[in-house]
Design a binder for this molecule. Structure first.
Ligand code: 0WD
Ligand code: CA
Length: 420
């Protein structure tokens, strides 16, 4: 998976001409959301900073700027894992790991079953931010601390985040509907990135139609039909679906010159014990059944982009899709190899490109590194993006955006022996 990159440093950010009209369109609406805080947003006529990509205070998300050689992306290596139990309690072990049981090609799984009487839903009002990853880092800090620096507190990573946040970055050049906000804080030389729910996302979540709530359950129900709790047992569709439960892998890798540590939820693994993480992992998905060429094209253009980005990041090689009808019945299943997805979409006109996704992510991380000058656990650089606009940022000191908990700051500052 090692790819070499060659790039011209000047192609990294937008040029002035192309981005000017985009800014004008949305300028008034975005101007004052940040009342009372020090903001660093380029104003409309600030040509000087914009002409020099290494000084620009914003980052363009235009696809064509990221069409160059695929950047180096090192084979992701699992450095640990953790589990969240039925009460959402953290355990530094693999107790929630499940085993993949291949379904029939045409299984007729009823995904509606149990929604009313056997469903325990995670409380979405609880914002966990990076807490589970931070707990894992503290529990493993003895083996994680950098050997290369003299600072005994430093981790040998440039960035720590959730895999899902990186997925959002990968798909940004192609996203036309949902913006994002990512809070970033540098602590002991490592940049921690944690998502902040946008106003639009909160409104949508709080006004979710009943039908959508039920359809969210369908995805978890499909997991129950295809996963067993033990290597020698079978799935139990009569049980309760509890979305507090999770098994998460923690992987390290490198994107261009960024050393990354991130965690992602894994649905299940192959039963074959000779298969090693993350190559043994299987991602489960559901999607509406495909009946027309137009539906197939949309599936390739939109769904496969998100599926590819999510699984490529941690090196999960296989996606098993259940195609469901309007009535929530899985009528067919299909396995997608992540390494083959880009070939599958090659015939779509004007389709997404993996290299654009990866180069944008790499350039965003370079942008973040350049903007974050202060090492301060209570200072948040809030990066914001809305479709058809540039990425902007604002600064927030000791605000409600601060997300590194005291127990983490203190736990990481304590003596190296504290893991005994
Ligand atoms: O607080 C937040 N804003 C978030 C918290 C956003 C994203 C994730 N999380 C946390 C949760 O603790 C969750 O356990 O991350 C964990 C999953 O992280 P991830 O793997 O980085 O997230 P992502 O790749 O977006 O989602 C993987 C799976 C989803 O499966 P599908 O097949 O639908 O992509 O994790 C589940 C979901 O099953 N999931 C979540 N579970 C709990 N809380 C969340 C969430 N907010 N988002 C996705
Ligand atoms: Ca899944």
């Amino acid at each position: 998976m090692d790819h070499h990159r060659s790039r011209s440093p000047n192609s990294r950010y937008h040029d002035h001409h192309h981005s000017a009209h985009r800014r004008e369109r949305g300028h008034s609406r975005r101007n004052n959301y940040d009342d009372g805080h020090l903001t660093h947003r380029r104003d409309q006529f600030d040509v000087k900073t914009e002409q020099n990509p290494l000084r620009s205070q914003t980052l363009s998300t235009r696809k064509d700027l990221y069409e160059r050689d695929f950047p180096l992306y090192r084979q992701p290596v699992e450095v640990g894992s953790f589990s969240l139990d039925a009460q959402r309690r953290f355990f530094n072990d693999r107790r929630q790991m499940r085993y993949y049981v291949e379904p029939d090609k045409n299984p007729n799984f009823d995904l509606k079953d149990g929604y009313r009487d056997r469903y325990i839903r995670r409380d979405e009002n609880v914002k966990e931010k990076l807490d589970h990853i931070l707990r894992w880092i503290l529990a493993n800090k003895g083996t994680l601390k950098s050997k290369e620096t003299t600072d005994s507190r430093a981790l040998d990573y440039d960035f720590v985040t959730w895999r899902g946040h990186l997925t959002k970055l990968l798909t940004t050049p192609y996203e036309t509907r949902e913006g994002w906000q990512l809070a970033a804080t540098k602590f002991n030389g490592t940049i921690y990135i944690s998502e902040v729910e946008t106003e639009a996302a909160r409104v949508e979540r709080e006004n979710r139609p009943e039908r959508n709530k039920e359809m969210m359950y369908w995805g978890y129900k499909f997991e129950q039909y295809t996963c067993a709790d033990n290597v020698d047992s079978l799935p139990d569709p009569s049980g309760v679906v509890n979305t507090n439960e999770a098994f998460c892998t923690v992987v390290q890798t490198r994107l261009a010159d960024h050393k990354l540590l991130f965690s992602g939820e894994v649905d299940c693994r192959d039963k074959d014990p000779s298969a090693r993480p993350p190559a043994c992992y299987v991602e489960l998905k559901t999607s509406p059944e495909i009946c027309t060429p137009k539906q197939r094209s949309n599936f390739h253009r939109f769904k496969l982009l998100k599926w590819w980005a999510q699984s490529f990041l941690p090196g999960v090689p296989r996606i098993v899709a259940g195609f469901k009808d309007h009535d929530g019945v899985v009528v067919s299943t299909e396995t997608f190899l992540v390494s083959k997805v880009s070939q599958l979409i090659k015939n779509e006109f004007n389709c997404w490109k993996p290299t654009v996704c990866m180069n944008f992510c790499s350039d965003f991380l370079s942008f973040v590194k350049r903007i974050i000058t202060e090492n301060d656990h209570s200072l948040v650089y809030l990066f914001s993006w809305e479709p058809y606009r540039d990425v902007t940022y604002s600064l927030h000191r000791d605000s409600h955006y601060s997300f590194l908990p005291r127990w983490f700051i203190e736990g990481m500052s304590g003596s190296q022996e504290s893991h005994h």
